[in-house]
Design a protein around this ligand. Structure first.
Ligand SMILES: Nc1nc2c(ncn2[C@@H]2O[C@H](COP(=O)(O)OP(=O)(O)OP(=O)(O)O)[C@@H](O)[C@H]2O)c(=O)[nH]1
Ligand SMILES: [Mg+2]
Ligand SMILES: [Zn+2]
Length: 301
């Protein structure tokens, strides 16, 4: 540990201990009681040496987060039973790469919508990596997402096809790989990183589901400026409790048209004179995206 002024990156969290990269070496540290924020993977922290020999180094400060990726739960304890509690998954991530398999497990484009909302809310960019290109399945039509500015790369962790495109996409950034279990997130980490040995699991059963092999979020450093955070497969994305006005802001094509609405507090659901509903009717806004918007507007859990 060079000096206590320097900041270091959290690479894993283990219950009450956090693993911090100190001069490139992973070291388990104890967060100081009463720390300003509980550290998560990607956090930049300050660490001081243990007070007594044999103790662990102490994390005594978590630096302000540039971005934060959080899941949301409806918070019924708040007045009016609206609002959400955040569970922060990772900090200081530049780009969320949604990893999907072309098949095995099956592809669910609606997952992209939901993740985009969480990513945008936390200040992250979003891209899509379609993995298992070697299985010879036609990629789904993702024009809607391309039109929204998302980069989409087709890759195979198995054959290495497309990996250079993925490398180009993530170079110089801290990225997080997210997606359902079994899509190949850890396999891609291993394919991109010379010495990573992220555990890789089987995909089985009739529906070709993954088996939740990765159980912990971990940061892998590729080079000086590039790092990948591998995450456990997502079962479902709870994200209820985003207030209607904020939700509209998180769908770029909705917020763009909201100023045309007759009512300033329009939720774009049933209101007359709604610019968003008109744009859906004319095909300017993709109906699939609008349907996800409505589902999230009414999400209860
Ligand atoms: N054919 C093919 N199989 C792949 C590819 N990438 C990964 N797999 C296989 O898919 C299975 C799941 O891969 P993992 O890397 O463990 O998937 P994961 O997304 O990390 O899964 P969780 O950790 O459970 O979230 C393994 O059997 C891999 O060998 C690919 O590009 N092509
Ligand atoms: Mg994994
Ligand atoms: Zn409206």
């Amino acid at each position: 540990m060079s000096t206590t002024d320097e900041s270091h990156v959290v690479v894993e969290v283990h219950g009450i201990l956090v693993t911090v990269a100190l001069d490139g070496e992973p070291v388990r540290c104890s967060p100081m009681p009463g720390l300003n924020l509980y550290p998560v993977v990607g956090d930049h922290v300050r660490v001081r040496p243990p007070e007594q020999e044999g103790d662990r180094p102490v994390v005594f400060e978590v630096l302000p987060r540039r971005t934060s990726l959080a899941r949301l739960r409806r918070d019924n304890t708040r007045h009016g039973s609206s609002g959400a509690t955040e569970h922060v998954l990772a900090a200081n991530i530049d780009l969320a790469v949604i990893v999907a398999a072309l098949t095995r497990p099956p592809f669910h484009p609606r997952f992209i919508d939901r993740y985009m909302v969480l990513a945008q809310r936390g200040g992250l960019d979003v891209a899509v990596a379609l993995n298992k290109a070697d299985l010879g399945v036609e990629p789904p039509d993702l024009t809607v997402y391309r039109d929204l500015g998302l980069e989409i790369v087709k890759v195979s962790a198995k054959t290495g096809a497309g990996l250079d495109d993925l490398r180009g996409l993530i170079a110089g950034k801290t990225v997080i790989f997210t997606g359902h279990s079994g899509v190949g997130k850890s396999s891609l980490v291993n394919a991109l990183h010379e010495t990573a040995m992220a555990a890789v699991g089987e995909v089985g059963g009739k529906r070709g589901q993954g088996r939740h092999t990765t159980s912990r979020t971990s940061l892998y450093r590729l080079d000086e400026t590039t790092a990948i955070v591998d995450t456990p497969g997502v079962r479902s994305l709870s994200m209820a409790g985003i207030p209607a006005d904020e939700l509209g802001e998180l769908f770029p094509e909705v917020s763009e048209r909201a100023e045309l609405c007759k009512f300033r507090n329009c939720t774009h659901d049933h209101e007359p004179g709604c610019g968003v509903q008109a744009a859906v009717a004319s095909g300017e806004v993709a109906r699939v995206r609008y349907e996800t918007y409505l589902r999230l507007l009414h999400e209860e859990e």
